[in-house]
Design a protein around this ligand. Structure first.
Ligand code: ATP
Ligand code: MG
Length: 394
């Protein structure tokens, strides 16, 4: 072994997938490799339910580790030092590399795990041995087995011993593209990127549709949405965003329908168009960032009226969350700062002064009868433009 360290990625729920485990593992390896592409020459493989990532160029590990924290399906990531499966070599590695990294900590503990049961020491013996070396190097350090500031872990595996201190949390969830494809209705706001992120975390591959009202909305508004998709792609992988102009629809609604119904009629058009695109691109569901009661178009009756025009399931992963909870996730995934940039959304351009809170579906349908729905949808769909949004971090 020429390399002195590697990255270890632990997967969670995947382990439970029985006979399908292979399929999930292959998808996971694919996303790990894709995330590392362009960064350098990495060797990625699976060993006893742990992904190992090796690189000839040791200086790339820190950057690689950061990217690995954004791979769905991984619950923890760490950089591990490699030793021969020999007590002396394990002590050497702990002394040279692991123990010095404990400087600055007050308490620690050592754990060990053997998947190779032929190794001549038991796990508690290995832990004690490593602990003794750590204390030798850091005489002021205290052992605290209940609540240590940091844990040094030694894993005796089939090929080598791996020793690491301080694992970082992974992105969790299921590997991307293990649960089919969904169409996200992506506005420039805070909510819809978070909604898409949550579905992608459960293994859905994202495709997105954005509705714009150019020239009533600016080119910057559209660029902002594409930037949001690029930030989301750091976790989800490349996202195709279909940008559909709905100005013709908004003008027709404004001309022919009653003002208090504007928003919901437009919402129903958005749903119909998204539904059409979803089926065309092989998506099994629509996803929106709606949260119950947040605005007039997100009351129960409003949600019922938009659901009524969809022919596939509509997922609203934020339905029971508060704005504050959504903002916390938006900050964590990096979309918040872009979401709050002040560019007009298409909905705000034609917003009625007094939107109706409780709408009867029959009243909406009555209003819509004044419009040539199919022709308007066709015109909008024909105007669409597709942008391929690659991850920003790659
Ligand atoms: P967001 O923060 O995601 O913009 P919001 O609180 O502003 O949400 P609404 O404007 O009522 O809520 O939109 C509800 C949902 O409808 C959005 O989360 C999104 O899924 C969809 N949507 C709204 N406007 C657009 C748009 N211009 N393009 C695509 N989808 C949209
Ligand atoms: Mg919005």
């Amino acid at each position: 072994m020429t390399q002195k360290r590697c990255i270890l990625l632990k997967y969670g729920e995947l382990i439970l997938k029985g006979l399908n485990k292979r399929f999930f593992e292959d998808k996971l390896l694919e996303s790990v490799r894709e995330k590392l592409s362009g960064l350098g020459d990495f060797k990625v493989s699976v060993l006893q339910s742990t992904v190992t990532v090796f690189c000839e160029d040791d200086s790339l590990y820190d950057l690689a580790l950061e990217r690995m924290q954004r791979v769905f399906g991984i619950v923890s990531v760490c950089i591990a030092y490699i030793a021969e499966k020999d007590p002396e070599d394990i002590c050497r590695v702990v002394r040279e590399y692991v123990a010095p990294s404990l400087r600055g900590y007050q308490s620690f503990k050592c754990d060990a795990r053997r998947s190779d049961k032929k190794f001549p020491m038991t796990s508690p013996e290995i832990a004690r041995m490593c602990g003794a070396v750590c204390l030798e190097v850091n005489p002021r350090l205290k052992v605290d087995v209940r609540d240590p500031q940091i844990t040094v872990m030694t894993e005796i595996r089939d090929n080598f011993a791996f020793i690491h201190a301080g694992s970082l949390k992974g992105a969790g969830g299921m590997p991307v593209a293990t649960s089919g494809k969904v169409m996200l209705l992506l506005s420039g706001g805070i909510d819809s990127p978070v909604a898409g992120h949550l579905l992608a975390k459960r293994g859905a591959q994202l495709e997105a549709v954005h509705f714009e009202s150019y020239p009533y909305t600016s080119m910057q508004a559209k660029e902002k949405v594409l930037d949001l998709a690029r930030i989301m792609a750091n976790y989800t992988g490349t996202i195709k965003v279909h940008v559909v102009n709905v100005t013709n629809i908004q003008l027709a609604i404004k001309e022919k329908c009653r003002e208090e119904y504007f928003t919901l009629i437009l919402r129903r058009f958005m749903m119909r168009i998204a539904d059409h695109l979803a089926k065309f691109y092989g998506c099994g569901a629509l996803v929106t960032g709606e949260s119950l009661g947040q605005v007039a178009s997100q009351t129960l009756s409003a949600l019922h009226s938009t659901n009524a025009v969809a022919s596939i399931p509509v997922f609203r992963p934020l339905i029971g969350t508060d704005k504050e909870e959504i903002v916390t996730i938006a900050r964590r995934i990096g979309t918040f700062d872009t979401s709050v940039l002040p560019f007009e959304d298409c909905c705000t351009v034609f917003t009625p002064r007094h939107p109706k809170l409780n709408v009867e579906l029959s009243k909406l349908i009555e209003q819509e009868e004044k419009l040539d729905i199919d022709a308007l949808i066709k015109e909008s769909l024909d105007s669409r433009d597709t942008a391929v949004c690659k991850p920003m971090d790659q």
